[in-house]
Design a protein around this ligand. Structure first.
Ligand code: SAM
Length: 274
């Protein structure tokens, strides 16, 4: 238990992830704003800016980006906007992939008849991140996953699939909550908020306490930043540091191999396929 709130992971297992996201799909964007007090927008902007999607200049083809667990298209939208507006790249393409058809339906709604859809710069793929057999090996420039990987049953398998589909030099990038803040006092306040307020907001706004309780619990179960960096490395990726990529992260001496956001509530991890 956490502060008197009973954990329900034993009754609501990962096998119910599908049901959880089917239930939250239509309220997903509003709930994200409420639960994170709007901060998820800043994190997502930061994530995309740091990846600088798109290619400047006259190169014939843009990038091929795969946004896994892409849900309602938040990351894809930012990526296409950045490529187009910042890099003047009107070719870069994003595939939004998600295991859940209801979440993808929200994404389709969002892009409707948008110029990106009409220009065929965005498409949708229903797939489990652990089995991307619909995607050719070595075909992707940039693989992103935002607030998705903690829901995957076999994270190691998903990481190996990410490695397989990326081109050599391709980048894996993940934005995810962390299980714990490094400052214990702030961690206590944050846990009270997440275990207290979030299921309550879920109940009041979406009429679904259990799904939001599951989402909070899935954050607790996710590996720490260091452990997750090691998992990325074990899948074959090089971990980028401030001085470029070093095969042995321990020798990097340039930071830990990830970027903490908002006191470490969330973190960005990257890996480069050699
Ligand atoms: N990336 C979006 C964002 O940042 O707003 C959506 C994140 S949402 C919290 C998590 C998404 O992960 C859901 O759309 C869910 O369907 C998807 N998901 C869960 N398990 C998955 C799996 N094994 N493979 C692919 N997607 C999965």
């Amino acid at each position: 238990t956490h502060f008197g709130y009973e954990t329900i992971s034993s009754t609501l297992k990962a096998s119910r992830v599908g049901a959880v996201f089917s239930s939250v799909a239509s309220n997903y964007d509003t709930m994200n704003d409420l639960m994170s007090l709007g901060i998820h927008r800043i994190w997502k902007d930061n994530f995309v800016r740091g990846l600088n999607p798109g290619i400047r200049g006259e190169r014939k083809e843009g990038q091929r980006i795969l946004d896994i667990a892409g849900g309602t298209g938040d990351i894809a939208q930012r990526m296409l906007d950045h490529a187009t507006l910042v890099n003047d790249d009107k070719r870069t393409h994003v595939t939004i992939s998600d295991i859940n058809p209801e979440m993808l339906a929200e994404g389709r709604k969002r892009f409707g008849n948008s110029p990106y859809r009409l220009a065929k710069r965005v498409d949708f793929l229903e797939a489990n991140a652990e089995d991307l057999s619909a995607i050719e090996s070595g075909s992707i420039d940039l693989y992103t996953v935002a607030f998705g990987i903690r829901n995957f049953t076999h994270k190691d398998v998903a990481l190996r699939e990410a490695f397989r589909v990326l081109k050599p030099g391709g980048v894996f990038a993940c934005l995810e909550f962390t299980p714990q803040l490094s400052n214990p006092v702030l961690n206590g306040i944050y846990k009270r908020w997440s275990f207290g307020a979030i299921p309550l907001i879920g109940q009041v706004v979406a009429g679904d306490r259990d799904s939001y309780q599951y989402l909070v619990e899935s954050i607790e179960r996710f590996p720490s930043q260091g452990e997750f960096r090691d998992m990325i490395r074990e899948a074959g990726f090089l971990i980028p540091g401030r001085n470029g990529v070093d095969e042995e992260g321990e020798r990097m001496g340039v930071g830990q191999g990830w970027e903490d956001l908002s006191l470490g509530i969330a973190a960005i991890h990257k890996g480069v396929k050699p």
